[in-house]
Design a binder for this molecule. Structure first.
Ligand code: ATP
Length: 328
């Protein structure tokens, strides 16, 4: 087994609260085991531009509570091409990097896998799932999701107060790309009347929603909160339609990027720290081309190819629970 001497570390794709805690975990665990860490900036662009700084234990002091990522993040077009990745491999070799640890979503992992294949495994890669969307099939936890849902929940709680005072219908659009996890958690935790997610088109049928808004209004309900997932979108158009057809004042709010920022929750700090350390342990064990995942209550690792090929059906209990919780 070849001993790992130098790790390259980067954050890529959308930022997620807790990335800093994971960076700290990787750096502290690596340095404590005599491994050098080079932090590349702005995702894969940092590799292409040879833009890095050596990270010692002090370099990650006072970041566990900070949102965003101290390594900055980006999406790199050049890295999609073989020539771009060849440049990255050259930079990694020039800096004697034996293994690259990447934090990001499945796009980031696809990039890491391509790099690993292209250099015939000469440079090892390890992925740590960090995305607020929870849309990575092979893991039940992704860094940033817990903070994002708590932020969205607090936002909706506030909107509910003003919505009730004005006896309005409110549509709140939350993030999640094509996945409805943020919407499902936000909707159930705030007692929303409707939750519209890409995984369940039927429940999100606008005509049925309009009927339910009307019935609720007739029963004297003081507000009507609809959580709409980013993957469905069109919140302003929906609000217009509801107001025009029912005559009930309706407002749309898109929570947007505020869900991505802010100090990470306790869970995100702790889980991200564990995943950061785990990534280094897996490297020391000599495992190659792995993703750090959380499954069945345990932190473990899977082969990147296997992990990327997994499909995760949306848990039906969210939909059943949302329906059961309707006040009818
Ligand atoms: P998020 O879920 O927050 O969007 P992500 O990691 O899925 O994160 P992407 O934009 O899909 O975000 O991917 C990040 C970067 O990874 C891309 O900009 C690109 O540089 C690289 N990448 C993605 N897919 C590939 C691929 N198939 N081949 C090579 N590189 C890729």
């Amino acid at each position: 087994m070849n001993r790992v001497r130098t790790i390259g570390l980067l954050t890529s794709g959308g930022d997620a609260p807790g990335m800093n805690a994971a960076i700290r975990g990787v750096v502290r665990c690596a340095v404590n085991n005599g491994i050098k860490v080079l932090g590349f900036e702005k995702g894969y662009n940092g590799l292409l531009d040879n833009e890095y700084r050596e990270m010692d234990k002090r370099s990650v002091s006072d970041i566990v509570d900070r949102g965003g990522t101290i390594l900055f993040t980006a999406r790199s077009k050049e890295f999609f091409d073989k020539e771009g990745r060849a440049k990255a491999i050259e930079v990694l070799k020039k800096n004697s990097v034996d293994a690259l640890v990447v934090l990001g979503g499945d796009g980031t992992f696809r990039g890491a896998k391509e790099l690993y294949d292209q250099c015939n495994g000469e440079i090892n890669v390890i992925g740590i799932p960090a995305t607020i969307d929870l849309d990575i099939a092979c893991t039940e936890y992704t860094i940033g999701f817990d903070t994002a849902i708590n932020t969205a929940m607090e936002g909706v709680d506030r909107i509910r107060d003003t919505s009730t005072s004005h006896e309005r219908c409110s549509i709140v659009e939350v993030m999640g790309r094509n996945a409805g996890y943020i919407a499902a958690y936000t909707g159930i935790s705030t007692g929303a009347e409707d939750i519209i997610i890409p995984e369940n088109n039927e429940y999100g049928d606008i005509n049925k929603i309009i009927t339910r808004v009307r019935i609720a209004n007739k029963k004297g309900k003081k507000h009507y909160i609809i959580i709409n997932a980013e993957g469905i979108g069109h919140s302003y158009e929906m609000a217009n339609m509801i107001e025009t057809i029912t005559g009930i004042e309706t407002r749309a709010t898109i929570l947007g990027h505020l869900q991505r920022g802010g100090s990470p929750t306790c869970k995100d700090r702790v889980y991200a720290s564990i995943m950061g350390c785990k990534a280094v342990e897996v490297l020391i064990e000599g495992k190659k081309n792995r993703l750090i995942v959380y499954r069945n209550g345990e932190f473990t690792d899977v082969d990147i190819n296997v992990g990327l090929a997994e499909k995760k059906p949306f848990p039906q209990y969210f939909i059943r629970t949302a329906v059961e919780l309707e006040s009818k």
